[in-house]
Write a protein that binds this ligand. Structure first.
Ligand SMILES: Cc1ncc(COP(=O)(O)O)c(C=O)c1O
Length: 385
């Protein structure tokens, strides 16, 4: 009665954890995949103004022309890459829609898509929806979850159509070095494989000289599709605006899919994105500084818990803590911590990676400190299995 492609997609165990947490009044939520900051006031004001000005009708399917011009300018300024605003950019309903469109437009049923593990769960769901096979390449904790290009090369077969690369990473917080990304681009060029470059966390990088966008490599446009978003950078997840940057030929095909599903992205929200890009960027700098401080606290406090180890993430707002020494599956630990400590984390197994938990530091420092106190106590007193 229902299609195999949707039945293949599993609902995340995350929801059962949230149900468990709902039973306690004092829970501290460190599972958030979105900024805890309020959307900056000038951006909110721009949405209200757009509504009052009557921008409540369909917009151009490719997206607001002024917004596309601004994004093209930003990509050139930040990464030295030229994208024609008229036909190489598409405004989408968040990065999430961008990812889906890119996979559906690139991969055929039976094709293979390389996904690095741990992965952002929708990558697997998108491969399943496309009827493609997810080919997993493990990222090793001993390498701080930096990919090994040789392992990616080994995973390539004549059926490989795409690979998804995410830096800064969710859930690990890793940032991939330039030489590694350069190798990945070369592999994609040699084998004619599309790189779906998810760069939605690119504004939250804690060491300036490290981050390199995949669009910045020579000849990248032949193989790279950039997925980006306004959600994280401007703390505006609910306004649902993202974009795809790709060659004209690919973008035209993405447009057909986007038009079929969305017609256009949210029009008032796009006006707010114009204000966001034209306005002062101090709000981004302030959020970044706050995340960095929280990161330092989280990493120090996690490493202070017996049996827990955490490397220092360089970007996004997640720490991926190694709990293997505790000898319990990550979902069991997450459930135990909700019940015993009222702290909500995300199990590594939900990202395809057992033995780890994701700690989001999109929460204020006082809450983080309190959560770490509670976690330490609960873990120290955890019954031995
Ligand atoms: C890695 C990654 N990509 C894409 C998204 C989608 O974000 P949005 O659709 O809000 O732009 C998220 C959201 O959590 C994410 O973590």
């Amino acid at each position: 009665m229902l299609a195999d492609r949707i039945l293949a997609v599993e609902r995340s165990p995350f929801y059962s954890i949230m149900d468990l947490a709902a039973g306690r009044k004092d829970c501290i939520y460190l599972q958030l995949g979105e900024p805890d900051f309020t959307t900056p006031p000038h951006i909110l004001e721009a949405v209200k103004k757009a509504l009052d000005a009557g921008h409540t009708h369909y917009g151009p399917d490719r997206g607001d022309p002024e917004l596309r011009r601004l994004i093209a300018g930003k990509i050139e300024k930040d990464h030295g890459a030229k994208y024609n605003w008229e036909d190489e950019l598409l405004i989408t309903a968040g990065g999430q829609a961008g990812l889906h469109i890119a996979v559906m437009a690139v991969a055929n049923p039976g094709d293979e898509i390389i996904i690095l593990v741990p992965y952002y769960p929708p990558y697997l769901a998108n491969a399943q929806l496309a009827g493609s096979k997810a080919v997993f390449v493990e990222l090793k904790s001993e390498n701080d979850f930096i990919p090994d290009p040789a392992a990616i090369r080994r995973a390539i077969t004549p059926k490989t159509k795409a690979m998804v690369i995410l830096s800064p990473n969710n859930p690990t917080g890793a940032i991939y070095p330039e030489d590694v990304l350069g190798e990945i681009v070369k592999i994609a060029q040699e084998h004619n494989v599309t790189i779906i470059a998810d760069e939605v966390y690119d504004s939250f990088v804690y060491s300036d000289d490290q981050y390199k966008s995949l669009v910045s490599f020579p000849g990248a446009k032949d193989v790279v599709v950039q997925v980006n978003s306004f959600s994280k950078v401007y703390a505006m997840t609910g306004l649902r605006v993202g974009y795809l940057a790709a060659s004209k030929e690919r973008l035209l095909q993405f447009l057909k899919y986007h038009h079929t599903v969305n017609i256009s992205a949210n029009v008032p929200s796009q006006k707010a994105c114009i204000t966001a890009l034209k306005g002062p960027q101090d709000c981004v700098a302030e959020m970044k500084e706050a995340y960095q401080k929280r990161r330092d606290v989280v990493v120090e406090r996690l490493n202070d818990i017996p049996g827990v180890h955490c490397f220092t993430p360089q970007g996004a707002f997640y720490a991926f803590a190694d709990i293997r020494e505790l000898g319990v599956p990550s979902l069991d630990l997450v459930q135990y911590l909700v019940k015993e400590a009222g702290v909500v984390l995300t199990n590594g197994s939900g990202f395809g990676c057992e033995g780890f938990v994701r700690v989001s530091y999109a929460a204020d420092i006082a809450k983080i400190e309190e959560a770490m106190d509670r976690m330490k106590k609960a873990i120290v007193n955890m019954p031995v299995k």
